[in-house]
Design a protein. Structure first.
Lengths: 293, 339
């Protein structure tokens, strides 16, 4: 744009500045506040005396001899065995990402290379499936899973999450594979490869950017899921998010709400890192479907 | 690609979706027309030296046997759909005939759990969708005006409310609006009422949930609009400027029309997503004041184990989703016909 266009009236600049600062405060402040508060005792984080106590922490000083305490983290991770939920979550998330990307790349590749009409209709069906609220599906799972004795195990939750994730994965990967020129694998076919060999030797080496972006969203889905994991896993196999929800029921009465504050911070921290390292991929993934229309 | 090859590639994902999305929908449909067995009752006569007393007891053995033989329960057809906790036609009719004013009718309607959940779900959807899209648009405009160096960090921080786990994000806000939390006490101070609790009143709970919804979905709109703003044709903008179009005119006549397809796309996605609102209600512990359709199903499943009732609500919810999706489906149908 020309220099003239860049010059904005000072009032407009001020307005933009105020809007942005307000928005950024809204976006960040809750996280900073909770992070800070997680090192205090309940009497300070939920202070009857005044909000300043959550910053200075006089009761924390009284109870633990310091204005910062790791008591909440110790309580959550050691006493309430949050580490077990972390391991379960890790298993679920890794398996869901790997399996749904495997299924998704195969399916998405097929959809992108098929010239028949049913490929289009399959995508529409996937769109309808994508719109189903997961809880409605869960209410369909419970009875069969009880009878087949599948309820409560990690693999069950994993395959269910993979399936729920498929429609979205298919849409993203199909769009992505369509951007890889057909000539690539077609020339491999001409050279005598089967379709699978063409996929294996020509497409797989160039597909990683799209797969990584899609994988991030599969990761988020599995990591953030509450509905499926809360309803389909036994207490022993609980993942992090249902575990936090169960803290709310039991610990709020015992005055151990700080356990859940600490575990909330523990769950959020990896997501921060994720956004920090993969911001570009997340943004491109969010806009991929939209900007193309 | 030949059909057999296509099938081979597509089989894993098709199987996954068939078994865990299509079949459950069938399973829900089937479950919704069966009610749990009534207990088998037998009459027994207890004779004592003072005479005989007849009493009824539950025949545990027979009940269990019946349960094992037909685990689905007894067939009741559409009864569950029309009972009091779902469509409640009888109660609806009474309310319609009995209520003198609209106000009275609505008040009675809100005592029926399904309509209450539907009312909240629709309100949430209708407020959060446009609010978050508008907020996202303004943030995108503002970020677009920033120098390049500052844009990266701003986008990073703006993404956070969306990326964070919904249950967790809602909890973080919930603790802040607690009457002993920072926002809660600020509101008390502003209202000049020390006993004001945002959790205790229905309208305030709804507003809180809507605020949370807007906070957590605005980043999506922001990112999409921000990407869209990068593709606004610069030539058109410059020629408009030469013609003397003001800043506002440029936004109104060039930027907004350019972003219109994005806006429709986002409306569709967000309407679908907001229709299934669920986690914030768990986090805000708000079920006494606000229930969504998803939460209604969840509480049937998790608390009272009413599988058939949950199934009926699920079918109704799926119906709602299809109604919301129908414009998209009709549009693709037409486009497909043309092509």
């Amino acid at each position: 744009m020309t220099g003239r266009a860049r010059r904005r009236p000072a009032t407009l600049n001020l307005l933009i500045g105020i809007c942005l600062v307000t928005w950024l405060l809204l976006a960040i402040f809750p996280f900073v506040w909770t992070l800070w508060g997680s090192f205090k005792v309940e009497g300070d984080f939920f202070s009857k005396a005044g909000w300043q106590n959550a910053l200075s922490g006089p009761l924390t000083l009284l109870e633990h001899g310091d204005t910062f305490t790791g008591a909440g983290y110790h309580g959550a991770w050691v006493k309430e065995e949050f580490w077990r939920a972390v391991l379960n979550s890790l298993a679920v998330v890794v398996c869901v990402v790997v399996v749904s990307l495997t299924f998704g790349t195969l399916g998405g590749y097929a959809l992108s290379r098929s010239t028949y009409r049913y490929a289009f209709w399959l995508l529409i069906v996937a769109l309808v499936f994508r719109a189903m609220p997961p809880i409605t599906l869960v209410s369909g799972y419970l009875l069969p899973f009880y009878q087949l004795n599948l309820w409560g195990h990690l693999p069950t939750a994993i395959i269910v999450l993979v399936a729920i994730n498929q429609p979205f994965t298919l849409w993203m990967l199909t769009a992505f594979f369509k951007n890889i020129p057909k000539d690539l694998d077609e020339s491999a076919r001409v050279d005598g490869c089967t379709q699978f060999q063409a996929f294996r030797h020509v497409i797989i080496p160039v597909m990683w950017p799209g797969v990584i972006t899609t994988g991030l969203f599969s990761f988020l889905l599995a990591y953030n899921d509450f509905v499926v994991t809360a309803m389909l896993l036994s207490k022993q196999n609980q993942t992090m998010i249902p575990k936090i929800a169960s803290f709310l029921g039991t610990t709020q009465t015992e005055g151990n709400v700080m356990f859940s504050v600490a575990s909330v911070v523990s769950v959020t921290a990896p997501l921060f890192l994720l956004v920090m390292f993969f911001q570009r991929q997340i943004v491109s993934g969010l806009t991929a479907g939209a900007v193309k229309g | 690609m030949r059909h057999t090859v296509f099938l081979r590639f597509f089989l894993p994902t098709a199987l996954a979706m068939l078994t865990f999305i299509a079949l459950p929908i069938v399973s829900v449909l089937v479950q919704s027309v069966y009610a749990p067995h009534e207990r088998v009752v037998v009459e027994v006569e207890n004779c004592t030296p003072f005479g005989c007393v007849k009493s009824t007891v539950i025949d545990q053995e027979a009940t269990r046997k019946l349960q094992e033989e037909r685990p689905l329960g007894r067939f009741v057809g559409g009864d569950i759909y029309v009972d009091r906790s779902h469509l409640a036609f009888a109660e609806l009719g009474q309310a319609w005939n009995g209520a003198a004013t609209w106000h009275e009718f609505v008040r009675r309607l809100m005592t029926l759990p399904f309509y209450k959940a539907l009312a909240f779900t629709l309100t949430y959807m209708l407020f959060v969708t446009p609010l978050s899209i508008m907020l996202g648009f303004f943030v995108a405009l503002a970020v677009n005006a920033l120098p390049r160096l500052l844009r990266g960090p701003t986008i990073f921080f703006s993404l956070l409310p969306m990326i964070v786990t919904p249950l967790v994000g809602a909890l973080i806000l919930f603790w802040m609006v607690d009457s002993r939390g920072i926002i809660g006490s600020a509101v008390q101070w502003l209202a000049g009422d020390d006993d004001l609790s945002l959790k205790a009143s229905t309208p305030l709970t709804w507003i809180m949930l809507i605020v949370y919804g807007t906070w957590s979905t605005a980043p999506f709109a922001f990112v999409v609009y921000y990407a869209g703003l990068q593709t606004v044709p610069q030539d058109t903008l410059e020629s408009a400027m030469l013609d003397g179009a003001s800043r506002w005119h440029r936004i109104r006549y060039i930027v907004l029309p350019h972003l219109l397809p994005l806006t429709t796309f986002m409306f569709l996605i967000k309407i679908m997503d907001n229709f299934r609102v669920f986690e914030p209600i768990v986090s805000f512990n708000a079920s006494a004041h606000a229930q969504s359709l998803s939460y209604f199903i969840y509480s049937d499943l998790a608390e009272t184990r009413l599988l058939s009732s949950a199934a009926a609500t699920s079918v109704l919810t799926v119906g709602g989703v299809l109604v919301l999706l129908s414009p998209v489906l009709v549009r693709t149908w037409r486009q497909f016909g043309k092509a």
